[in-house]
Design a protein around this ligand. Structure first.
Ligand SMILES: Cc1cc2nc3c(=O)[nH]c(=O)nc-3n(C[C@H](O)[C@H](O)[C@H](O)COP(=O)(O)OP(=O)(O)OC[C@H]3O[C@@H](n4cnc5c(N)ncnc54)[C@H](O)[C@@H]3O)c2cc1C
Length: 384
């Protein structure tokens, strides 16, 4: 049986980042994915600009559009556009973006095995063992980066109680003139109950149009998206693909590490509950997992320190995003018309949103500027 310093399950942003950092530090790394790359991933592909500061190589070759305009509406009643002045989001198709990250991991020395569905993971003493169809490998550490339905997490008894929501997306191909009406703009339509939103994220010659709704409303996704497409006048556009996926959220105290396994990205529920974004946290947690494996392998061999690193570096921002999500969807949504009547004129609100996405601020810092509402919201959520 082949033996590695670390085995990474899943070659999304979390897994490829962890594999790259580990291989670059000289570790013998195996990265496994059930798919062959490049592979499609249901995702709006909006990457906050702050993500660039985490990635040590250029990503421009896979950025299909840069976004500085944010178009928000409530059905036909309210619509306004906020301008960030400069890009706050990059648009990628995940097949090309993820293939780039994986390529960098391989260049750093990680060994990639595609089309390998991991079926079981066992942790025993100082070793982990991974099995798939006709395949087996052993290692000292495991990074479970196999997404929201993580086999790795289930196998080692981690990540059991995560919150979740459901999302559905279609990719539409459009003629150039029609596509040009969406240049540099993301559209978000609010007004779903109890919360949710639909979106248009433009790509090269195409649009990603999707919807996210709370847990338990998966049945409504396709119908609501069809209504949204009709409101946009896009019902007749060519659909290239249509796919859904769940997004999971780690809440306080949820275990995401054991002695030899660290869960990263969606496998650990590291998506935010305000925008449902997860790519930036997948990359950040992949980096933390690699750093903690390198530290543990030269010290006590115990990877539980990874959970503390996530609690320190990522959890405060996700905590703030959860409170902001509650304020936006739980409190302000009830005020609906009056709130969105004044919202376009609250410049500091949009400046704060754009600054967070550009990496010039954080949700936590912005929330601390207006402590009263977040404190009340946190109390309603039973949070400290
Ligand atoms: C519709 C939708 C829209 C989204 N839009 C955005 C957005 O605009 N911006 C944003 O930041 N986030 C967005 N997200 C969230 C984002 O997609 C995730 O947070 C992100 O992909 C997490 O990366 P990851 O590496 O943890 O997991 P993934 O990207 O899911 O990668 C997991 C990998 O593991 C592989 N895998 C799974 N099971 C196994 C197995 N048993 N064996 C081997 N391999 C396996 C998969 O093939 C996959 O390649 C969206 C999510 C959805 C569903």
């Amino acid at each position: 049986m082949a033996r590695f310093d670390a085995i990474v399950v899943g070659a999304g942003p979390a897994g490829s980042t962890a594999a790259r950092d580990l291989a670059a530090a000289g570790a013998r790394v195996l990265i496994l994915d059930r798919e062959r790359f490049p592979r499609y991933k249901a995702c709006a592909g909006g990457i906050p600009r702050r993500t660039r500061s985490l990635i040590p190589f250029p990503i421009d070759s896979v950025v299909e559009e840069t976004i500085h305009l944010f178009d928000i509406s409530i059905r036909d009643s309210v619509r306004f556009v906020s301008d960030s002045g400069r890009p706050f989001l990059d648009m990628v198709m995940r097949d090309r973006f993820d293939a780039l990250l994986l390529d960098e991991a391989q260049k750093a020395g990680a060994e990639f095995r595609p089309a390998t569905q991991v079926r079981s993971v066992e942790e025993s003493g100082p070793a982990v063992r991974v099995r798939g169809e006709g395949f087996e490998a052993g290692g000292s550490f495991l990074v479970g980066a196999d997404g929201a339905n993580s086999v790795a997490a289930r196998a080692v008894g981690l990540g059991a109680g995560l919150g979740s929501c459901a999302a559905w997306e279609v990719e539409l191909r459009l003629p150039p003139l029609r596509r040009a009406t969406f240049d540099h703009t993301v559209l978000v339509e609010l007004d779903y109950r109890p919360w949710g939103y639909s979106w248009v994220f433009p790509k090269d010659g195409a649009l990603s149009v999707g919807i996210v709704l709370p847990e338990g409303q998966g049945w409504a996704l396709k119908g609501r998206l069809a209504e949204y497409l009709s409101r946009l006048g896009l019902s007749g556009a060519t659909v290239v693909s249509a796919r859904g996926h769940n997004i999971r959220f780690r809440r306080e105290g949820e275990a995401i590490a054991s002695a030899r396994t660290a869960l990263a990205g969606d496998a650990a529920g590291l998506a935010d509950e305000f925008t449902q974004e997860g790519i930036v946290y997948a990359i950040q947690s992949g980096q933390l997992a690699a750093a903690e494996i390198l530290r543990a392998s030269g010290a006590d061999g115990d990877l539980r320190s990874y959970e503390r690193a996530v609690d320190r570096e990522i959890a405060p921002e996700l905590h703030a995003a959860r409170i902001l999500g509650y304020i936006s969807y739980g409190i302000l949504r009830r005020l609906r018309g009056p709130w969105l009547g004044v919202a376009p004129h609250i410049g500091p609100l949009w400046n704060a949103f754009f600054a967070v996405h550009r990496g010039e601020s954080s949700y936590l810092r912005e929330m601390q500027r207006i402590p009263l509402l977040p404190t009340l919201a946190a109390r309603r959520l039973g949070l400290r």
